[in-house]
Design a protein around this ligand. Sequence first.
Ligand SMILES: Nc1ncnc2c1ncn2[C@@H]1O[C@H](COP(=O)(O)OP(=O)(O)OP(=O)(O)O)[C@@H](O)[C@H]1O
Length: 769
Amino acid sequence: MSHDTDNRATEQNRVDLVIHEINKKEEKIYSKSAGLKDSVIELRKSFWEDVTVNLDEPDDVIETQASIKQQAELLSERERFHGKLGEELKTLKRLKDSPYFGRIDFIEDPGEEEDHIYIGISSLMDNDDENFLVYDWRAPISSLYYDYSPGRAAFETIEGSVTGEISLKRQFIIRQGVIKGMFDTGVTIGDHLLQQVLGNNASTTMKSIVATIQKEQNKIIRNERSDLLVVQGAAGSGKTSAALQRIAYLMYRYREELNAANVVLFSPNPLFTSYISNVLPELGEANVRQTTFLNFLERGIGDKLAIESPFHQMEYVLTEGNNAEYETRMKSIDYKSSLKFKELIDEYISYLHGQGIRFKNITFRKQILISKEKIKDYFYGLDESIAIPNKMELVSMWLLKELRHYQRDEVDKDWVMEQVELMDKEDFLKAYYKSQDIDDENDVVVEEEILRKVVVNRYFSSIKKRVKQLQFVHVLATYQKLFTEWDPQESPEDWESISTLTASDLSQWSLTWEDATPYLYFKDRLLGNHADRSVRHLLIDEAQDYSAFQYAYIKHIFPYTRLTLLGDINQAIYTYATKENPLVPAGDQLKHERITLTKSYRSTKQIVEFTKYFAPGEELIEPFNREGSKPRLLKLNKKEDLVEVLKANVENLQSIGYETIAIVCKTLKESEIIFNLLQGKVSVKKVNEETYTFEKGLLVLPVYLAKGIEFDAVIIPDASKEQYDLQSDRTLFYTACTRAMHELVMITESEPCSFIEDCPKETYEGSLV
Ligand SMILES: Nc1ncnc2c1ncn2[C@@H]1O[C@H](COP(=O)(O)OP(=O)(O)OP(=O)(O)O)[C@@H](O)[C@H]1O
């Protein structure tokens, strides 16, 4: 037997042994859980039998309550334990298929003894719970596997640094308990394994990368020091992957203090949210709160106002150049994305201390009970030194007191009796019992009085609820006044035209994307916001697309939260956001840790070599060494050939075995035209901002919805100079091209865009079709 075969047989024996242990553990859990399940069912069935119910005397009621509580606690404790066993079983099942992916032989200084450390997605102890058969990839010692090649190495523990020597570093591919591949690695974590993983077809859901995390990525994943961690990474360098494994790491490291509700991930669009939704469960962790920034704002603003989505704004920017308002809107977007606008709002808030806040009448049955003027007078009668939100609370208390008087007056009115007659039998019964408790000769009168109060109370309760929610403040009208009546000390450039445009949008109860964050900030300053202390970690993917104002708002609402920003300035398609963005080193005033990822794993070497020529940023971009064919530029003979060329290329790509092929357009408008051309000729799906799941097949979508996602092959149906001309189109074109893993095809009817023209001719293949 050769040395290799010998090694492999020994390793397979160990895998068999570990699986044997897993089987034994599984059996133990099954028998525990079967008994437990029966006891939970039994407890549920006999719940009321074991509870002493006696409601005769107040003391008995208390005793009954305690008895129910005790029984419920017992049940929930058993259910919790049963759930925990279920989780353990799931982990064991995952381990049974592939117990580990790595091995490190480590001799800790100064000793002689060599430890064999096997690393998998979760830890596993031997039968006596004494030795680790498998170490969790997040354990301190496992970082050796990611950070070092054989030779001197160290890892950090709570007690300090541990140094030693790595004598072996081995990788495994184990499926269904059988070793399919085994590599002893030298310099980096096996190119072998990475080659294999990256050579696969794109998937409709993202996969975990724990077996092949790279050193630089590991720094992001395990970073515990920084309050603000900024990651600039080339397209496909693993930012999203690092973000997700970082969450899994934090959940493991701070298991006792952190749960899924304490971690939030902002993602670029709903499609992306579904694309990444499998990674954490695959790693045995619950999904954390994932939301888009739009959804997050919507929750704060409420549903009375229509909020434009960032995609709609993008589509406007790209397609409405001929619109009469275009120039003004662009200036408005630019200004409202900046911190200057935040300062202007602050100045306006100071002004509102003395005057100007708009209030709403409080009405009841179409009658004004308390007029807005009266509310205003009360508000501005309060001491000016009190902060606005605190004054709002005082107004709310005063209004509730006033409402109680009105409520009392209302009880004897005729309409109330009409409503009483419409009440349920149950209401009458309740009123009857209540009347029995009252010592009065005339039960009927008492009963009517009770019923009248119930009616009025029901009517008033929704008014009182609105008052408690401070809905008597007309936030929108007050915000609108900023643009219509108020004179800032120093008017921003083009203020008049920006103001007119904004006021007109607001009068239709609609907020443009550029107004959404400022409006919510304004609302918070007026009504008071409660900083969200529950969120301990916020991770923002595609961080280059957030404006300075949006960042300021995020800091305002999450002052105690650790931030991880991951983005790529090369993909900053919302141009206004680039200014003052923390990803741009020069624009950043904050103290933070910054990690740059330069290696691109997604695309073949040929695609990366081509796209890096027109990447807008200065950062280095290196390809991972995976070979493929050169990007192709197809020049159409005539425009009418487009459909046939698209069809032929799609069929060709499908025949090679590619399953996800995307026709990536510049705009939604273009993608709708292409979709209509292809419909009926090939099987094709269109993706818009309401698409929530990502399926295999041929997709047509605008580039801004393809953010963060990847496909086996990308076709750009119009790569002409007319389509991608401006410098601002560069990021769009770069983002579109870098979605491709294996193949990139660009089509043009006329002269290709300058971004292609600027690339050395040997980086792509051109042909006339
Ligand atoms: N260490 C790794 N091991 C295996 N695959 C990796 C690794 N790093 C990245 N990848 C793969 O490379 C692809 C790109 O990763 P990811 O989407 O995380 O990059 P990104 O930087 O967020 O890209 P973009 O900014 O272009 O959206 C994914 O298929 C991911 O699985």
